[in-house]
Ligand binder design. Sequence first.
Ligand code: GDP
Length: 611
Amino acid sequence: MAAPSMGGVSLPRGNGQSVRLPRGASLTDLAEKIGAQPAALVTALFHLGEMVTATQSVNDETLQLLGAEIGWVIQVVSPEDEDRELLETFDLTFGDVEGDEDDWDIRPPVVTVMGHVDHGKTKLLDALRNTNVVAREAGGITQHIGAYQIVTELEGIERPITFIDTPGHESFTAMRARGAKVTDIVVLVVAADDGVMPQTVEALNHAQAAEVPIVVAVNKVDKEGANPAKIRQQLTEYGLVAEEYGGDTMFVDVSALNRIGLDELTAAILLTADASLDLRANTEQDPQGVVIEGKLDKGRGPVATVLVQRGTLRQGDSIVAGDAYGRVRSLLDEHGNKLKEALPARPVQVVGLTSVPRAGDTFLVVEEDRVARQIADRRQARIRNAQNASMRKRISLEDLDAALKETRQLNLIIKGDNSGTVEALEEALMKIEIDDEIALRVIHRGVGGITKSDIDLALADDVIVLGFNVRAEGQATELANREGVDVRYYTVIYQAIEEIEAALKGMLKPIYEEVQLGTAEVREVFRVPKIGNVAGSLVRSGTIVRNSKARLIRDGAVIADNLTVESLRRFKDDATEVREGYECGIGLGSFNDIKTDDVIETFEMREKPRE
Ligand code: GDP
């Protein structure tokens, strides 16, 4: 087959060769790989019904569709694969426990507490925090850093357990979605006075999908009406059979409120870990792990809570966490104590990063700062591309006309107090679906107060700046006020969603629909000097209203549309409207082609309320 020539630019055909492209690549990227002109690819894609510019990110299917058309097999490389390759170029791998198994040390289990709302997850995490048998160093105040470790005693041996203390399924699934496997054991909290509820089942499904063993904490056994046996009964339906019934799931009756059963619970966690998991790690290898939480601290700058999974993290290490990097300036535990090092399963706050990583990002320690920076830079570029690709709306040819005339877009800048909420908010907002006419785009996001540079950015376009649990700093407020930038503050996500949804609706063009008012049959046509032909008619249905829109129908066909009832008379008098069953004279302005037996249909355009 000859090379298709499009718009005078020829396109080299492939013969089924493969070409690899990162997710979110542009036609220019593809052109470079196959030695084509970007313009030729734009044209080719245009003929396939999609209009994109040469440098715009294109989604996977479109790339593959275009590839098939021009004889190339396009392999879109997933972000995970790409990251693996990126690390390989630096001779690094993530996730492998290195060294000889004999050298591996036992590490503590990492536990996530899940369950239905109000069943006592938070209370239980608080109660467990206080079961620590190891006396804390003086001066430390317990802080929420996203995870904590306690030491319990089992059969006379001190055993640490790590708890992720951002309860909720979102963080669990968000981390899993990013491929970060953090949790070794799920504690499923079920209130004994309430029973298995929708989120109980959801939590169970998440845990089972991740193949994580479950320990059931039957909570609130202090309450009247508590029925722990019923919980055991209910959960058998979901494949969780209590040990005492011959199954292999440990159920422990607890009261987070009265601190009953907590030792039994920690024992059950350890026994489950010992029975079904071989939790070991090499403490000697280069440290790696996962980010649990990230935030911007006023005094200390970006602070990330990380969970060390392998190796030993030390002060002074060069670290790259997601697209953030830096040198570990200090390591702090959940009591604010400075640590020299952190072993596997130890959650620590890392101070010294240049920016705030996201929950679920992985971290690695590398030999040099330079390497950390290069990896971070490459990841940043990739995240930007991928974001652009996912946010761009595909424009079909049918929409092309309209799109060229007017693509309306509401731009947002999202700032928040920590990376988790910023992400959650962005994710929720991107799910709002109003109408194809309007696109919502987040042009910038970040952790921290709203700065002058955010406002500067907002000035460029129609932008709403959202501050979630943060405020505008210093000159930013003044600038925003002076320039009329729309800055809104929120502390609850759904409120932000509601308002943005309303803003989007406000941007919609009104939709009009035609409402029929009446029809009239022409009985006789009169010629009236200066006015023209007037239709002597009988109103057949509804009402004929003066100044309403009209169309003329002859033998069932529309002869003229877009007419106006310019004059309306009953006998000799002007009328504003004439009802069904009455005769009247209708003048349609300069339109004179009216014949006996024509039908005049009148209507008006009414604004249709948007749902
Ligand atoms: P979460 O939504 O699962 O985090 O639930 P919370 O920990 O916030 O607890 C919900 C409510 O149940 C709070 O009012 C707690 O005080 C109460 N609660 C939690 N555990 C117990 C318990 O063991 N006994 C009783 N009586 N109340 C509890």
